[in-house]
Design a protein around this ligand. Structure first.
Ligand SMILES: [Zn+2]
Ligand SMILES: [Zn+2]
Length: 111
């Protein structure tokens, strides 16, 4: 006896509820998988070039710019990276173009 004797109509209701949540998570997983497949397709179509072509990569941390800041010469860096860089040098790390220090302050107002 023991465990079986404790079964009650309330447990039946809970079992139904669990079936529903199981079903929902199954649907969600299927949707997520379909979405991931779609994302991969979109990426394959949109980005035939290698990711590190220097256009959308901050050369200071070598990853996608966070809170990107575009400096006067048109190069893009993370706000944090380029601000740190400017403590040492006001020349663009990519082209040595002059960096307008005022442009780096924009991030403060929006954050
Ligand atoms: Zn960076
Ligand atoms: Zn530059």
């Amino acid at each position: 006896m023991g465990a079986e004797a404790q079964f009650s109509p309330g447990d039946q209701h809970e079992a139904d509820f669990m079936n529903v949540t199981l079903y929902q998570s199954e649907v969600e997983a299927a949707e997520a998988a379909a979405q991931a497949e779609q994302d991969a397709l979109d990426q394959a179509r949109a980005a035939p070039a290698p990711p590190h072509d220097g256009k959308d990569v901050c050369v200071i941390c070598l990853s996608q710019p966070r809170k990107p800041v575009v400096v006067r010469c048109g190069h893009r860096y993370c706000g944090a990276c380029i601000r740190q860089w400017c403590r040492r040098s006001l020349a663009c790390p990519l082209c040595r173009g002059e960096i307008d220090r005022d442009a780096l302050c924009e991030d403060h107002t929006s954050a």
